[in-house]
Design a protein around this ligand. Structure first.
Ligand code: E4P
Length: 218
């Protein structure tokens, strides 16, 4: 399973990259706004800066909501850097744009997916990634991880190549559950990735090893 970090914060992206297990980055307009990145040129520069930090795919989201605007913006974003994946919302125009961009050899990430039917359309349009938002489903008392499993089964059954990118991950247990469900990618906050490191028995065991070493070696 690939790990993407879900942030536009360069320090956090560097920290995850330094860990050596990072496969990519996802951003969205809210995450860019959170970092105070505004204005077309600043946004473009920020995407380029992210691509220079990481080796893997970097999702950059279109702002346009109409087909013509989405493909124009998507082509511009894709031309910024070979690592850019164009993030397109799950709408009627979005599906048409994904189909067009895929035909042009541009990789896409279909975002804001909340049902198996939407995931089916994204795959049929040729999306590189589909992003079901599991945390937002959990927020409304719907099982987000169950949707991941349903989409994974559907894609495997029909042989779709679209990768299931579990998004809106809120905590470490979500990552484990997505792994069990067979997600291809989990895009996570840094805190959730770092949370995987922790186990009290690891801390206790290390403390004992060091204490025993000191007993003999001084
Ligand atoms: C990822 O591609 C999404 O933009 C992101 O995971 C959304 O997460 P949120 O529901 O925590 O905003």
């Amino acid at each position: 399973m690939k790990f993407f970090i879900d942030t536009a914060n360069l320090d956090q992206i560097r920290e995850a990259q330094d860990l050596g297990v990072l496969d990519g980055v996802t951003t969205n307009p809210s995450l860019m706004a959170k970092e105070g990145i505004k204005g077309e040129q600043n946004i473009i520069n920020h995407y380029k800066a992210i691509c220079e930090i990481v080796d893997g795919d970097v999702s950059a989201e279109v702002i346009s909501t109409d087909y013509a605007g989405m493909i124009k913006e998507g082509e511009k974003l894709a031309a910024l850097h070979p690592q850019i994946v164009v993030k397109v919302p799950m709408t009627k125009d979005g599906i048409k744009a994904i189909k067009y961009l895929t035909g042009k050899g541009i990789r896409t990430n279909c975002t804001l997916v909340f049902s198996a039917g939407q995931a089916l359309l994204a795959a049929k349009a040729g999306a590189t990634y589909v992003s079901p938002f599991i945390g937002r489903l959990d927020d409304i008392s719907t099982d987000g991880v169950a949707l991941i499993a349903q989409i994974v089964d559907m894609y495997n059954f029909y042989g779709f190549e679209t990768q299931v990118l579990a998004a809106s991950i809120r905590h470490t247990m979500h990552i484990i559950q997505c792994m069990e469900a067979g997600a291809d990618v989990a895009t996570c906050p840094l805190s959730a990735i770092l949370g995987l490191l922790n186990h009290p028995l690891t801390d206790i065991g290390l403390e004992k090893f060091l204490a025993d070493y000191k007993k003999v070696n001084g």
